[in-house]
Design a protein around this ligand. Structure first.
Ligand code: GUN
Length: 288
């Protein structure tokens, strides 16, 4: 059996096209352009790539993009002052502080200094709480994009067994909340989980978000399951080149699963598409 490959790249392009239409309509009716501000502190290479892509795709969607690049040794107080300025700026509808932040910065403090109304990442404690309570919330972009791919494949997820591998605040926990809201039976598995392979084998839906290259092998996957691979890991090949791989062994998964997201071209493009969608939503909310 060969699994279907879920084309996140094409799906994300569709979302971006709809966002661009929404932005054009917003400009026509409100007379201003929605804006997204991104704050990048330091030189983390992966973050630089993400921020560059965000900038380009924000402009392509017809929105304003405000980039703030600060040196790695920027004092925390300066970062907080910048966030305050962006909170007060009516041209800025969404604020994203790129993670990870340097060690001398209290990331929780910075994340929670972003106005909850402009928190397009959905990381602010009030959005986290609202999501957990089943209230309207800004939802973190990677789990939201993953959910869209799952709904597109299955329609209703009700009653399905979902296993989320990883318990991060950015992906694992909000992913579990979203799947629960869609009436899945949800298990969060992590580094201390006993017999993690058997737990994963019970999954109709397996979401891997652990940041460990190719950890999920074919034998971990229930035949016919849908596998969402959130991992983006750069590994060195025997020839000394680098290659992007997910948290799932793609070739083995293709032999067992019903559907698999590739890396790259699966969840990755969905994250930025959802960020743009969240920014447009935030712009709509700002005008009532
Ligand atoms: N770093 C890795 N993923 C993300 C994300 O979704 N948002 C932010 N702000 N930083 C990240």
């Amino acid at each position: 059996m060969t699994a279907d490959v879920i084309d996140g790249k094409a799906f994300a392009a569709g979302i971006r096209a709809r966002v661009a239409e929404g932005v054009a309509a917003f400009k026509a009716s409100q007379g201003f352009t929605p804006g997204l501000a991104v704050v990048l502190v330091g030189e983390d290479p992966a973050s630089q790539v993400y921020v560059r892509n965000k900038h380009r795709q924000t402009l392509e969607a017809g929105m304003e993009s405000f980039e703030h690049r600060l040196p790695a040794d920027t004092p925390q107080a300066d970062i907080l002052a910048l966030v305050e300025k962006l909170n007060a700026d009516p041209a800025v509808n969404g604020i994203l502080v790129q993670l990870p932040l340097p060690d001398h910065v209290d990331a929780d403090l910075v994340i929670n200094s972003v106005s909850a109304d402009k928190d397009v990442d959905g990381f602010h404690i009030s959005n986290v709480g609202r999501l957990g309570a089943g209230l309207k919330a800004m939802v973190p972009c990677t789990p939201l994009g993953s959910l869209m791919l799952l709904r597109d494949r299955h329609g209703s997820l009700s009653g399905m067994n979902a296993v989320v591998l990883g318990r991060s605040n950015i992906v694992g926990k909000p992913m579990a909340q979203l799947l629960l809201k869609d009436s899945c039976t949800v298990t969060i598995a992590h580094s201390r989980t006993k017999d993690i392979e058997a737990v994963c084998r019970g999954a109709d839906i397996l979401v891997a978000a652990v940041g460990r290259p190719e950890m999920v092998r074919g034998s971990w996957i229930r035949p016919g399951a849908t596998v969402i691979d959130v991992g983006i890991n750069r590994i060195e090949t025997p020839e000394g080149k680098t290659r992007l791989v997910g948290d799932v062994h793609f070739a083995e998964a293709m032999e067992v699963a019903g559907a698999v997201t590739p890396v790259p071209g699966g969840v990755g493009p969905m994250t930025i598409a959802c960020l743009l969608a969240n920014t447009l939503t935030s712009a709509h909310r700002s005008v009532g």
